[in-house]
Structures are given as structure tokens and as C-alpha cells.
Ligand binder design. Sequence first.
Ligand SMILES: Nc1ncnc2c1ncn2[C@@H]1O[C@H](COP(=O)(O)OP(=O)(O)OP(=O)(O)O)[C@@H](O)[C@H]1O
Length: 217
Amino acid sequence: MTPLEAHSLHRFYRRGGTEIPALLDVSLTCRAGEMVAVTGPSGSGKSTLLSLLAGLDDPDGGSVRVAGELLSHRTPAAAARLRARHIGVLTQNSSLFAHLSVRENVRFAAALSRAGGPSPDDLLDALGLRDVRRATPRTLSGGETARAGLAVALAGAPTVLLADEPTAEVSTDEERSILDLLGEWRPPTGATVVVTHSAAVAEHADRVLHLVDGRIA
Ligand SMILES: Nc1ncnc2c1ncn2[C@@H]1O[C@H](COP(=O)(O)OP(=O)(O)OP(=O)(O)O)[C@@H](O)[C@H]1O
């Protein structure tokens, strides 16, 4: 099974009377277990690509398949089901609910997926979050926030892990630790796609996709 396939993606935005070509003919096929880093200057289309791969936005041309199933241009309910089952997203400032503890956040993500992933407590232990499992997100350090976001993204045993600048807000030491955890915990038969400006993260990937002006350079 190919975990993630994007075929000839195009995305145009409109601002006033102007059409902005954010993504032009971008294709990406990930092998099982592969980690791909997406790099490129600001405005090159990295976040746009990640939104399309996550099924949070639809392309104007082309398609995305996850675990063989079409993700693009589905009904909102069908796309939400596919996302919950197959996709884990890790964003820069993390997708943690502020009023839930770290543990409750991870349990909630696991319950949504229904995929039978790792036990939330095992995941928290493995990611070094045992001592802060009862803490709420705003009391965490930058590194703890990044690791808690990773725990939430992994809780549903996703086929595809998508990360947007996961180490942008952390120290170099913490970045190394998060990269080690990503290496250890990334979907073993799925795909990991990481948008990054960090050379260390790009070096960690199996392959780098470099975007310039919405195209693969
Ligand atoms: N909602 C939107 N409406 C209009 N234009 C947009 C929208 N989102 C992105 N763009 C434009 O599309 C292009 C690609 O943006 P995108 O955010 O994907 O780039 P990026 O590589 O992620 O940039 P950065 O590294 O700064 O986050 C840019 O020209 C941006 O201004």
C-alpha cells in the first residue's frame, strides 16, 4: 500500500482581482516508512501543500490519496473520517486544547481515531511527558509543548504524519531530541512529511522536496 500519493497538485488563491498561483503541478509519492522534508523560501507554497495533504483544503487541480483512498474533493464528513483515521498533524504552536491536560489531549486524539494506536500513557512516558501529564498546555515549556503536540499527532497511529515547522520554537538540544523521537515513532509503514526551515530536520529526512514559487525545484 502506498501511504500517501499527491498527483499534479495545483492551488490558486485570489486576492482582490489578482490570482496567486500558490502551488503548480506538485506531485509526491511516499514509500512506506519514508520521511520527506519540504523546504523552500517564504511564500513558496509549503503550508499550502501541507493543507492539501491533510485534506484541510482541496486542490484546484490534481488529487491526494491516503492509504489508497481519495482524500480530495470528498464531502466534509468523509474527509473528516479519513483525516481522523489516517492523518496526524503537528503544527508549530501545536494543536492542543488549552482547557484539557496533556493526558486528556492525547486520550481525546486517540479516541477520535479509533485506530488502536499506542496506549496514551505509554506514549506520554516514551515522549518524556510523564511528569507533565496533568499539566495544561499553557504551563509547558517550548520543548514540552512540541513533544505534547507530537504525542497528540501520534495518538491515533496515523498512516500519515504531517508536521509544519515542528522545531521552530525550541532549542537546538530539544530539536535533536524531537528529531530522535520522530525517527523512533514516525509511522513505520506510513509516511511522514515535515515542512521545515531547519537544516537539521532536512538532514534527518530520507528525501527533500524543495519548492520555489509553488513548483518543485
Ligand atoms: N488564504 C490565502 N489567500 C491568499 N493568498 C494566500 C493564502 N494562503 C497563502 N497565500 C499565498 O500563497 C503563496 C504560498 O503561501 P504558503 O503559505 O503556502 O507559503 P509557505 O512556503 O508556507 O510560506 P512560509 O514559509 O512563509 O510559511 C504565497 O504567495 C501566499 O501569500
